[in-house]
Every structure is written in structure tokens, then in C-alpha cells.
Design a protein around this ligand. Sequence first.
Ligand code: ZN
Length: 247
Amino acid sequence: MVSTAIMESMTWKEVEDRFKETKTVLIPFGSTEEHGYHLPLSTDYKVAYEIAKRVSEKTSALVAPPVCYGVCRRGESFPGTITISFETMKSLATDIVESLYSQGMRNAVFLPGHLGSAQLVSLELSAQELYKRHRDINLAIIRLPEILKKLPDGVMDELFGHAGEVETSIMMALFPEDVKMKEATKEVPGFPSHLVLRDSRSIMESGIIGDATKATRRKGEIMLDLFVSEISNIVRQLEGRTPPKGI
Ligand SMILES: [Zn+2]
């Protein structure tokens, strides 16, 4: 019988015992970032953490406490957004993995709920560095938008965005008490293709990209089921793959 293994609620003894059953740890990465008028700053880490907990239920993998900060340069001028540097993010990911590796972890799954390009590149570079240091470690970086491409046609009107239909629906399914649906907006800011923006707030009102008014709890549940089943498969793939191929 598989049971969840949420590290923040476990004793060190329980973690030690769990490492005899599994060598896999899911590490949720979020951000503390503006998510429009209707979603809390915690959206990204709460979503990543909750998905990780559900994957743990299916796979017995451990779940590390979430990293609540991310690289969020775009939203920096919205009050409450706290950004860390690219280098800090990379070092943080590497340090967390090194620490767990020394205790027996061999498969690490980075699960970023915040998907800024700098955040993803910092995780990728951390993974490459860890591969160079350890021949017996396996790493995965989950790209949630890639998983969403597997949704049947007609479920969602938009698959990308920020605090739009996708994230709002997921939050409605997970934490309905956190969603201020009356404040939900639709906004499609005109980001210039080539210019580097000094302050994205100058071209955004609410801070969202997409149409949050189309969100429903049901859409969120469908996406969550897909995420959990796909990520559980990725965990099983990782666990059957030692040493890693392709490096
Ligand atoms: Zn988000």
C-alpha cells in the first residue's frame, strides 16, 4: 500500500525508512509572484506542492518542502513579488539535491510551478552540473505545459498564459477559498517581440496574461488528473533507469 511521504510532516527516522523503499524525491519549485487581482502570490508553489503530494500517493516517492521563491524578473514591480537571481536558483536546486543525495536519494524530480524561462534554464543548468558530479543520479524537470498538450481538444480555450484560464482553473480545483473569482480579468498585453522591457507593469493592468473568466473547477480537475498520471509515469521511468543514458 503506497502512502504519501511529505517530508515536512515526517521525522528523520521515517525519512530514513522511506529511503529503503524509494530513491526518488519530488522537489516543488514555485515563486512568490503576482497572479492578477484574483489569485494569491503563493499560487505557483501551492500548485506544484499539491501536484507533488498527489504523485507521492501514487508512487511512494518522497516530497521535499517547496521552494517558495523563484526567478520572477517580469513581475518584479508588482508589490509582493519577490524574485531571486538566476544564480541563486541554480545553487539552491543543486544544494537541495546534494543534501538529499548524501542521504540516499538517486532520482530527483524538479517540479516547477513557476515557468519563467530563467527559472527553467537555472534548473536545467543545475541538473547538468549534478550529472557531471554524480554518475548514479537521475534527474527530471517537469514541463507542465508539455503535459497539457495531451489534453483532448475542447477542454481548454487557452493552454498558456499567466494566471489565466489554466492556473485559475487549477486553483479553483485545489484551493477554491483562495480564488477571488469576482476579480478575475481578461488581459492580453502586447509584449514587444524584440525590445527588452524595463518594467512589464507598464504594459499590464491586472498582471495576468489570458482569460481567467473562462476558468472552472472542472477544467482544473481534468488538468490535475492528467498531471498526476503523467508525472507518476515519469517517476516510474526514472526509477527504472540507472545509470542514466545520454550523458
Ligand atoms: Zn503561476
